[in-house]
Design a protein around this ligand. Structure first.
Ligand code: KIV
Length: 250
């Protein structure tokens, strides 16, 4: 059964939330079959699937294509669609683009950083919003952990409270110290979903390619549950050998 963001929020303190990203139909289908309650179609697609060096190259057109594909694979799972870089610079633009992601198949939208007005306007348009703080790759100049000094940690905590007050129904906290992840989680009524934010957040999110071991670089806080790049290499080698040796087709 598809859960709203509000229903997912009611799990806070009762059940941890396991979120994964997906970008295509067959992977989304497997995640739904596994009972993953919420799928994020993240703009990480630009880096892990499209070969860009940054998520800043991802456009609304890219996101609409991937959200629609994931929806076809997971018709009964809550899907969060990421608003890409520069797609929510004004509240009007934010609402317009949020509506497009919803029309493509998303149930809620996510945006990065302290865009309180944009969040208020999207919520006023009847669309649920996931906020994202800590490391925010669309604007970051490095992928280093943030919130390590007291002043930066305090700012991230204050922003988190303001994001909740603006109407966000869930908060992704990325690459911050575990103690800060725990503090934000204790302070907020909405669920926090951590990625590199320690073990005390209300849920976790992993980029699916990192979890599957697809690619050649994975962030230190991710976990590889499989090594799919190695397996693809083995399959491609075996297939090539069999075609050249005329053993396939038999
Ligand atoms: O784009 C994405 O996949 C994300 C996650 C890293 C949280 O924003």
């Amino acid at each position: 059964m598809k859960l709203s963001l509000q229903a997912l929020a009611s799990l806070k303190g009762k059940q941890r939330i396991a979120m994964l990203t997906a970008y295509n139909c067959p992977v989304a289908r497997s995640l739904e079959q596994a009972g993953i309650p919420v799928i994020l179609v993240g703009d990480s697609v630009g880096m892990v699937e499209m070969g860009f060096a940054s998520t800043r190259d991802v456009t609304m057109e890219h996101m609409l294509y991937h959200v629609a594909a994931v929806r076809r694979g997971a018709p009964n799972t809550h899907i969060i669609g990421d608003l890409p870089h520069l797609s929510y610079e004004s509240p009007t633009q934010a609402v317009e683009n949020a509506k497009k992601l919803i029309a493509a198949g998303a149930d809620s939208v996510k945006l990065e950083g302290p865009y309180f007005d944009a969040i208020e306007h999207i919520c006023a348009a009847g669309i649920e919003v996931v906020a994202h703080t800590g490391l925010t790759p669309q604007k970051a100049t490095s992928f280093k952990k943030v919130g390590r000094d007291a002043q930066e940690a305090e700012q991230i905590l204050l922003d988190s409270i303001k994001l909740q007050n603006a109407g966000a129904g869930m908060l992704v906290v990325e690459h911050i110290p575990a103690e800060l992840g725990a503090k934000i989680t204790a302070e907020l009524n909405i669920p926090t979903i951590g990625i590199g934010a320690g073990a005390q957040t209300d849920g976790q999110v992993l980029v699916i390619n990192d979890a599957l071991g697809i690619g050649d670089y994975w962030p230190p806080f991710s976990k590889q549950y499989a090594q799919m790049s190695d397996r693809i290499l083995e399959v491609a080698n075996q297939y090539k050998n069999e075609v050249e040796a005329k053993t396939f087709p038999e």
